[in-house]
Design a protein around this ligand. Structure first.
Ligand SMILES: NC(=O)c1ccc[n+]([C@@H]2O[C@H](COP(=O)([O-])OP(=O)(O)OC[C@H]3O[C@@H](n4cnc5c(N)ncnc54)[C@H](OP(=O)(O)O)[C@@H]3O)[C@@H](O)[C@H]2O)c1
Length: 394
């Protein structure tokens, strides 16, 4: 016997059919719910052995195309579109034939060496696709199932993934358009949703500074803070066009970082907030905006620093915080969606918001996998607004 409080709460909310087989359980949700929740599965233990054997869909080639680098560099020229061996899967793994992969700014940190990596390093952090092969212990997925998932090495035709990890099992006849939506929304959507609840729990009426407010995460933060939390967003971006996008997403106040100095931006923030400052700054820019954020945050406010677009913030003396009793947090998404119930809580909330139209996923452009270098140039060159997606050829 084991207790599953999170599961019974989902069951009571969603009218689920539950089945348990020794250490494995699966949850099947009736189809009147959004299609991506038609079936949602978790595996609890590694001990379960099923009768199913390894199987495959179509011809799985010996090699596949990936985007990888062999050395760190500021330059995009180290990004290579190359053939490597298709990964071997273990008994508990599946092989996913990817259809779409989301592009995220974090890839730049791995390429540049800000974050460590083993070489050669295959890029990618999220994707959607179809199960092409399952290991002999896998019972919660079968060949032909569609999933969306968070994982490394997704800028590739095939990705090995553990069936014990969290994933979204999609409707069997999910459209291409929906597959793209899942690949476009999972990482940045969960980032924005977890951060506004866990890093600083935004309250109604708060004033919140969002940097890169027209970026992938920025547009989602702006929508969620304004529409779901009913707080005021002060959006910072580098062009008026980007600020227009932030306005459409719900921002009320605007800072053009190309036209206003940091001091002028702080003065404007203080003017907007009656001299008090913002309750929190959600700042992904890093080195160049840390001081601006610290100056703009109100007494007892929170500095949520979650990215390094201009480089990592140099060491910060903790006694800098005491003047205003500030809190600083440096979150990463993967620390907030570790357990099945955390993952289920935030993914179901995220896709409910997308399905009911509260949250819009703005896909800036879809690039073929081979053109990732171009996508990275656009993203790092600050030419984009919203999400970039790669389409994986087969
Ligand atoms: N901690 C986590 O778990 C987590 C998860 C997801 C994302 N992130 C971080 O969130 C940030 C946003 O990610 P994203 O994928 O959505 O990217 P993005 O915001 O779409 O693109 C980055 C934006 O940063 C701004 N920027 C300012 N200075 C820049 C510079 N020197 N070079 C490049 N960009 C600059 C640009 O907006 P303007 O031109 O308007 O300034 C640019 O559009 C990144 O820092 C990323 O690492 C963190």
């Amino acid at each position: 016997m084991f207790k599953l409080p999170w599961l019974s709460s989902i069951a009571s909310n969603c009218r689920l059919r539950l089945s348990t087989t020794r250490n494995q359980f699966s949850v099947t949700i009736p189809t009147q719910l959004p299609p991506h929740f038609t079936s949602y599965s978790f595996t609890r233990s590694s001990n379960f052995r099923s009768m199913s054997s390894s199987s495959s869909i179509g011809e799985i080639p010996k090699t596949h195309k990936v985007i990888q680098f062999h050395e760190n560099s500021e330059s995009l020229d180290v990004l290579k579109y190359e053939d490597v061996a298709v990964p071997e899967i273990g008994d508990d793994d599946v092989l996913v034939k990817n259809k779409y992969a989301g592009v995220n700014f974090i890839e730049a940190y791995f390429r540049k060496g800000i974050y460590p990596s083993e070489k050669p390093y295959i890029l990618g952090r999220e994707a959607s696709g179809v199960i092409a092969k399952v290991g002999k212990n896998v019972t919660n997925l079968k060949v032909g199932d569609h999933i969306a998932y968070l994982s490394g090495k997704t800028f590739a035709q095939y990705t090995k993934y553990s069936s014990k990890s969290n994933f979204l099992k999609l409707d069997s006849n999910v459209s291409d358009e929906k597959l793209k939506l899942y690949a476009a929304s999972l990482l940045q959507g969960l980032t924005a949703l977890t951060f506004i609840n866990e890093s600083y729990n935004v309250q109604e009426g708060d004033y919140i500074l969002v940097t890169a407010a027209a970026g992938g995460v920025g547009l989602l933060l702006t929508q969620l803070i304004s529409k779901v939390k009913k707080a005021h967003v002060i959006a910072q971006a580098s062009t008026d066009e980007k600020l227009e996008s932030a306005k459409r997403a719900g921002a009320e106040y605007f800072l053009n970082s190309s036209k206003l100095s940091a001091d002028e931006q702080v003065a404007k923030i203080l003017e907007i907030t009656n001299g008090k400052g913002v309750h929190a700054s959600f700042d992904s820019i890093g080195k160049d905006t840390a001081e601006l954020s610290l100056a703009a945050i109100a007494r007892k406010g929170t500095f949520v620093t979650f990215g390094n677009a201009t480089g990592p913030i140099p060491p910060l003396a903790l006694n800098r915080l005491s003047a205003k009793n500030l809190k600083v947090t440096r979150p990463q998404l993967f620390g907030f969606v570790v357990t099945p119930d955390e993952y289920q809580h935030y993914t179901s909330w995220l896709f409910k918001l997308i399905d009911d139209g509260t949250l819009k996923i703005n896909v800036f452009k879809t690039y073929p996998l081979a053109d990732y270098k171009l996508a990275a140039a656009d993203l790092e060159g600050r030419k984009t607004s919203g999400k970039l997606v790669l389409e994986i050829p087969h």
